[in-house]
Each structure stands twice: as C-alpha cells, then as structure tokens.
Design a binder for this molecule. Structure first.
Ligand code: MN
Length: 374
C-alpha cells in the first residue's frame, strides 16, 4: 500500500522532471543544399527558447546525417547515397511475402512510426525488420503536418535497408509532392515557411532542389506502380487515362518531366492532363460527391483493370472513415487521415496488408482486421 503510494509519488516526480530533462535545443531534420565543393551543406534549425540558429555541416555521398528525435520517436542515422535511379513502374514480389500499403502520412511522423513498429516493419531503433516484405507509400508525405522531412528521410533510409534483405520500400508521388516541389506553399505546415526564411532560401521548394539528395530522389519516384495483379497510385485511374492508353511508364515519365522542370504542363496537353484533376495524382471519381468528376461506373473500373492488366487498384488521396473495398473489392480506398485523439492518445492512419492472399486493415496499435472483399 505504502509501496504503491511511493511508486505513484516517484512517478509524479518523474513526470514533473520530464520537461526539464527533455529541454534543450529542438533540432529540425537537416536540409542538404549543394555546396561549391561538390557535396552538400547539411543545414538544421536549432530552436531554443525564442532563439533560432542554424547548424551547418559539410557532407558528401557515403556520410551519415542525423535525423533528430521527435517526441517519442528516436533519432536515426541516414547514409547518403549516390543519385537515385528512376524507380520502376512495375515490380515482381514473391507471392507469399507480405505487402503493406500506407496512405497519405501528411507529416505525422509519430503516428507512422507507431504503426510501422507495431506491425514489425521497423524495430525500436527504426531499423528495417520486415525481411522480404514490401511497403508501398501512396504519396502525400508532404503538407499539413509538422514532420514531413523526418518521414522522407525515414523512407529514404528504409528503402536501402529493405533492399538488403530482399524486401522493398516504394514511395509513390501524390499531388502534394507535385505541389510542394513545384513551389506551391499553400498547404505547408506554417513552421516550414519559417524554416525557409531562416535558412535564407527564396522558397521552401529550394530546400528540395534537384541538387539535394531528397529532391533528386523524389523526382525519380514512380507515380503509378504495378505489383503483380495490383495497381497502386495516389488518386485513381480516370476514364481519360484509359482512353489515352497511358502506360504506367508513360505516366511516371510525364510526372518526372514536369517535376524536373523539363516540361511545362501548361504547354503540353499530355502533361497538363497527367498533372490535372483527371490525372492519376488528383482523380477522385471513385468517391461520389455530387460534383465533378462524375462517379466512375463499374464499366469504367473494369476498363481500367483491363487496361493495366490488374485485378485490384489501391488508392489514397480521398479520405474514408476506414480502409474500405469499393466496386466489389476491385478498388481499395486506403486514405484514413492520420490523427491522434488528444484525450486517449489513440491514433489512426490508413494502412492495409496483403498476406497469404488475404487483405487486412491495420490499426496503428498493431491490430489486424480482415477486409471483407466484394
Ligand atoms: Mn492527395
């Protein structure tokens, strides 16, 4: 009884001390700006009380950068790699390996890490522990939340670690990657406008230029990915995409050409279409809203499946209350908006797993529920 009282008292003291213990500079994840020497200057903001200062460290390919801890998420090291190759539009995977698909994370680093840990994708120190499993991110890492940079570094790191165990991590591009990389700052967490200002760049997008590791890597990612009999993409496949006969390779190339500044979508009908509301990054036709675009019919979905030679399409982008099959299971909508209940601490994030031929929706807490198909 008394023992329990003292434990409670000690707990209360620890709680009271915690803010003191964790006080000290809050460091942001670094941005790598090309330097004259051929490498980069890794620049991080340090905030302490009201003061903000910039830490600059010269780095090069092969060096490690430290991504600082955020709340409960520990810091981690990322080794810088040579420029990324263009990501494939189609991958094969062993039929018995698990495939985990995560929708738009929008800067919610803590929630993402909780989900990855609770489903055995990463260990306590954020090391890849999913073996030959594959993880596909359906885009929209950027915007709204306050820790998009940490998430991008984590995905970049896991991509290399997964490859070493015969697994894979695949980041697909969403409309918010296109927005931010092309200089649209409307949906950025306000903290990032301040980051750009303090680092002395004209625009936030300059921190993700083609000469930075993450900027170069992002501009080589796929927008549409075929995995066996599945098609994965951010928005969806509109009838216009099928009518144009666009292949995954053609779509991915068009997006890359726009994001690298090679082609202006206002001056090319094809690129304008691919980057527009009927394009794969923006399309919302699977979700009737009484407004444009018209709702995709069963025939539209069947035509899309035939065109891409797949049985199921997985999409993020449009918010659903829980991961759900649409069109008799021919489409799976994955985007549950990531958020944490302030009172209970419980979090949600859209994620689904295919293992042994069965689909399960995933809880951030590690729970798995069979997804009724059709
Ligand atoms: Mn989106």
């Amino acid at each position: 009884m008394l023992d329990a009282f003292f434990r409670t008292l000690a707990g209360a003291f620890l709680l009271a001390l915690m803010p003191l213990a964790s006080a000290g500079p809050q460091v942001e994840a670094p941005y790598l700006l090309p330097s004259d020497s051929g490498g980069w200057s890794a620049q991080s903001l340090e905030r302490e009380d009201d003061a903000v200062r910039v830490r600059r460290v010269p780095v090069a390919v092969g060096d490690e950068v430290t991504i600082p801890a955020v709340d409960e998420v520990p810091s981690f090291q990322v080794r810088l790699r040579a420029p990324a190759n263009v990501a494939p539009a189609e991958i094969a995977m062993p039929s018995d390996a698990p495939l985990l698909v995560i929708a738009d994370t929008h800067g919610e680093h803590g929630i993402l890490v909780e989900l990855l840990r609770n489903h055995g994708v990463v260990d306590e120190r954020l090391g890849w522990s999913f073996g030959e499993g594959r993880v596909v991110f359906l885009g929209d890492v950027f915007d709204r939340g306050a820790h998009q940079t940490e998430i991008l570094w984590l995905i970049y790191k896991l991509e290399a670690e997964a490859e070493r165990t015969g697994g894979g991590v695949h980041l697909l591009l969403g409309n918010h990657e296109a927005l931010v990389l092309r200089g649209d700052e409307r949906y950025l967490n306000p903290k990032y406008l301040r980051t750009a200002e303090v680092l002395g760049v004209d625009a936030y997008a300059d921190l993700y230029g083609v000469g930075s590791p993450l900027g170069q890597w992002l501009r080589t990612r796929a927008s549409v990915l075929k995995v066996g009999d599945l098609l994965l993409l951010h928005g969806g496949v509109s009838p216009g995409t099928v009518q144009r006969g666009l292949s995954p390779e053609q779509i991915n190339l068009a997006v890359r050409q726009v994001l690298s500044g090679e082609i202006d979508p206002d001056k090319s009908e094809l690129h304008g279409f691919v980057m527009g509301t009927e394009g794969p990054l923006w399309y919302r036709g699977y979700f009737p809203r009484g407004a444009a675009p018209p709702e995709a019919t069963d025939a539209d979905v069947a035509a899309a499946l035939r065109h891409f030679g797949v049985g199921t399409i997985l999409v993020g982008h449009t918010i659903v209350p829980e991961v759900m099959p649409l069109y008799d299971g021919k489409v799976i909508a994955v985007q549950v908006y990531p958020k944490r209940d302030e009172a209970t601490g419980d979090a949600v994030l859209g994620a689904v797993l295919r293992e042994g031929g069965h689909w399960q929706r995933l809880g951030v807490d590690g729970t798995r529920t069979p997804l009724a198909q059709g």
